[in-house]
Design a protein around this ligand. Structure first.
Ligand SMILES: Cc1cc2nc3c(=O)[nH]c(=O)nc-3n(C[C@H](O)[C@H](O)[C@H](O)COP(=O)(O)OP(=O)(O)OC[C@H]3O[C@@H](n4cnc5c(N)ncnc54)[C@H](O)[C@@H]3O)c2cc1C
Length: 397
């Protein structure tokens, strides 16, 4: 007899979504996280990033009843504008806009602040009878057997589960306990993540502006105190990112406005910022005995094209679909092998493409800049290529 069907280590957005999905599917779930989710924008440790959920994420959320909870806060992304620039202050050399109507869709996706997503999924999970949340308690160790996993938590509690899901982030303790290694590529870059208000409306368009150091991305948010607002991810070489983060507000805002080529008018930062190291990291395997890795425990990608969490939701959807189709096979070698097979290629392809793309975006070398502009013109100008790229980015067929 097992205590629960599934133990989930990690209560980030991925772990909470996995709990909501499997709870919805009738599985009993225990989720543990030593750091209770911060569900208030102003609180210490709040996740100030936002997530642009792409179409397939909505399909999963709709299936498990989460979409109606998130939809009232979601800002649709009606177009993606790519701007290439050169020099400093940046001078625009190319602009191309990609439209979802080209693919017969109304929106590419929907943007929501991460702290708010946590708050809503947490409330949703708390209301489900099959889900127990152990917040403030971490995963400590596990002992796997053919038929079960014996898990010990940091408060000394022991339990038996049919499957352990490692959703415990880039330094995943479950991955380590399962003996799975991970490979990391570092770029010497850091991403500044924060929100900003601006006088020119974003028009529900997300904009990626390339210049040496990496992408500067604006993603539409709801208005802030009556002014249009956007979530910003600004990638830079590490020392430049640290120097920007230390600037007084007025100077920071002036640098940001210049970096955005004035496209949104004079910008003002709202609240704090966080610095995130930019890496590509992939786990050598997605599974071990009675164990599956999902999300950043399995793959970390540079924050370009909203691929990170969206790739994670593909993991959760794949694992959930397999479990739902054969609940008696939960955690068995056959089901885990199917999970690994269904995800390995997609993860490897996304990691390779975004790694290459980030290197090209990062470069300040004139020949690479010229290649980048030419690539943008070609990618946008040839309709089948443009549509194929958009489909690949969205993760749809
Ligand atoms: C600047 C930036 C912008 C981004 N924008 C986007 C975007 O627009 N779209 C997108 O799809 N992705 C985006 N991403 C990626 C996305 O934010 C991440 O993929 C996602 O937040 C990671 O979620 P996670 O649940 O896997 O990991 P985490 O949020 O890191 O959660 C892991 C959890 O595990 C817990 N944990 C640690 N140790 C233990 C333990 N011993 N026991 C139990 N739990 C433990 C931690 O406390 C934590 O809560 C962005 C990333 C960055 C850096």
């Amino acid at each position: 007899m097992h205590d629960v069907d599934i133990f989930i280590s990690g209560g980030g957005i991925a772990g909470l979504t996995a709990a909501a999905a499997f709870g919805h599917g009738g599985f009993s779930v225990l989720l543990a996280d030593p750091a209770p989710p911060v569900a208030d924008m102003r609180a210490d440790g709040s996740d100030l990033r936002s997530t642009a959920f792409l179409q397939p994420a909505r399909t999963l959320f709709e299936e498990i009843g989460l979409w109606e909870v998130l939809a009232p806060f979601a800002v649709p992304l009606d177009a993606l504008r790519i701007v290439d620039t050169k020099g400093w202050p940046p001078e625009i050399s190319e602009t191309r806009t990609f439209e979802p109507t080209d693919l017969g869709e109304d929106s590419f996706g929907w943007n929501l602040p991460n702290w708010l997503i946590r708050r809503e999924i947490l409330r949703f999970a708390e209301a489900q009878t099959g889900i127990e949340l152990a917040l403030g308690t971490g995963f400590r160790s596990m002992l796997t057997r053919t038929r079960e996993v014996r898990v010990t938590l940091t408060d000394g509690r022991a339990l038996r589960a049919r499957l352990v899901i490692g959703a415990d982030g880039r330094a995943s303790p479950v991955r380590e306990a399962a003996g799975i290694a991970a490979h990391t590529i570092r770029y010497g870059q850091k991403a500044l993540a924060f929100s900003a208000s601006h006088p020119i409306p974003h028009g529900q368009i997300s904009t990626e502006i390339y210049n040496r150091g990496g992408a500067f991305t604006t993603v539409p948010l709801p208005d802030h105190k009556g002014a249009p607002a956007s979530a910003i991810v600004w990638m830079n070489a590490g020392p430049r990112a640290q120097a920007l983060a230390a600037l007084p507000t007025a100077e920071f805002d002036a640098q940001m406005t210049a970096r955005a080529c004035g496209l949104l008018g004079p910008m003002e930062r709202i609240g704090d910022l966080r610095l995130w190291p930019v890496v590509t990291q992939t786990a050598d395997r997605l599974t071990a005995e009675r164990t599956a890795l999902v999300a950043e425990a399995a793959h970390v990608l540079p924050p370009i094209g909203a691929q990170g969490l969206n790739t994670s939701l593909h993991d959760i959807a794949a694992l959930y679909d397999l479990a739902k189709a054969a609940p008696e096979g939960l955690g068995t070698p056959a089901q885990l092998a199917r999970y690994a097979r269904s995800r390995e290629r997609d993860i490897a392809l996304r990691a390779r493409s975004i790694d290459l793309f980030n290197r090209i975006c990062q470069s300040g070398e004139p020949p690479i800049q010229a290649l980048r502009s030419a690539g943008l013109r070609a990618a946008h100008g040839v309709a089948p290529l443009r549509r194929a790229l958009m489909r690949a980015g969205l993760g749809t067929r």
